[in-house]
Structures are given as structure tokens and as C-alpha cells.
Design a protein around this ligand. Structure first.
Ligand code: G3P
Length: 194
């Protein structure tokens, strides 16, 4: 139990690292929270026009979820891996380093799924990508990917992830509340647009 608590705490602290803000600072792009949607994710980094910074943000934000899962899996076990994925995701949403005001969790969600069960992760990434190519909306792609990922869990024989999947999907919808309003009003910005 104590090892699980340490691993869960580490997963939270890792998930809480706001790589979008770190990349924006490193690349001299300013404070991400004052740009575009104000969100700390890769979509908002891309609004600065710096594709490399946005790419690194998505890789690192996804990677932190994946690494948290792998550390937990190899030190404690599979149940701990799910808990670590949840903790990393919650870290991104409620980061201690930013006064608990974090991001929307999409990249961390995808990285966590890839590490927990790669077929589910790949299908969720594919759903995001297909929707992004068709609609050009990052938020809509995230909402579609989050909605279909529990179905992928069941159909790939990863039903043991379903409770976690439903919790993550629910939190992604809550975090995208403003995006949903903008999508309905037709005022949501498309990928790469300011
Ligand atoms: O991954 C976050 C995305 O779904 C929405 O980001 O900046 O357009 O609110 P943003």
C-alpha cells in the first residue's frame, strides 16, 4: 500500500508538469495562459505558430501519462498502473505548480491509454486524427475520441479499464464545457488558427 501511495503521488507530480507552459517559455513564446484560449495544451501552443513547440508539448504531455503507467506497472502491478494513469491525468487537470488550474488532459489521456492498452490508445488516437482531418477542430476531435474510447476498451477485450475510461471521458467533457459552447455557437477556432 505504501509503495502504491508513493507511485500514485509520483504519477500526480509528473502529470502536473505543464509542458505547454514549459515549452512556451523555452521557445520564448510568452505566457501560454495569456494566449488564445488560455489553455496550457499543445493546441494552444500551436496558436503561437510554433509547430515544434506544439509537437514537443503533445509528446511530453502524452509521455508523462505513459511513463506514470509504466512505472506503476513494473513496480506494483496492473491495478496500480490504472491508478497511476488517473493520478497523472488529474495532475494535468489540477497541477499543484499552477495553483491547481490546469489543462484539459487530452494528450495525457491518449498517452495513458497507449501505455495501459496500446490497441485502445491507437484507436483513440486514430479517432482524434480522423476527426481533426475532417473538422479541423481540436476540441471536437478530443470529444469524439473520449466518447468512443470506452467502446474501444470493450471491443478490444480491455473491459477492466472501463471504469477508468468512463471517469477520464467524463472529466474531458467537463473540461471542454466552454469549447462545447463555442462549437455550438460556431465560434470555436480551428487547428492552427489564432
Ligand atoms: O486538447 C485541448 C483541446 O481539446 C482544446 O484546446 O486551446 O482549443 O481550448 P483549446
Amino acid at each position: 500500500w505504501s509503495l502504491l501511495a508513493v507511485v500514485a503521488g509520483l504519477a500526480y507530480l509528473l502529470g502536473a508538469v505543464p509542458f505547454g507552459i514549459v515549452m512556451a517559455r523555452l521557445f520564448g513564446l510568452g505566457d501560454l495562459r495569456k494566449i488564445g484560449s488560455g489553455n496550457i495544451g499543445a493546441t494552444n501552443v500551436l496558436r503561437t505558430g510554433n509547430k515544434l513547440a506544439a509537437f514537443l508539448t503533445v509528446v511530453l504531455d502524452a509521455g508523462k501519462g505513459g511513463i506514470a503507467v509504466l512505472i506503476a506497472r513494473y513496480t506494483v502491478g496492473e491495478d496500480a498502473a490504472q491508478i497511476a494513469g488517473l493520478c497523472a491525468f488529474l495532475g494535468h487537470l489540477f497541477p499543484v505548480y499552477l495553483g491547481f488550474k490546469g489543462g484539459k488532459g487530452v494528450a495525457t489521456f491518449l498517452g495513458t491509454l497507449l501505455a495501459l492498452a496500446w490497441p485502445v490508445g491507437l484507436l483513440a488516437c486514430a479517432a482524434w486524427l480522423i476527426c481533426a482531418v475532417i473538422s479541423r477542430y481540436s476540441s471536437l476531435s478530443a470529444l469524439v475520441s473520449a466518447a468512443v474510447s470506452p467502446i474501444f476498451m470493450v471491443y478490444t477485450g480491455n473491459g477492466s479499464m472501463l471504469v477508468l475510461g468512463l471517469v477520464l471521458t467524463f472529466l474531458i467533457y467537463v473540461r471542454h464545457w466552454e469549447n462545447i459552447q463555442r462549437l455550438k455557437a460556431g465560434t470555436e477556432t480551428k487547428i492552427g488558427k489564432k
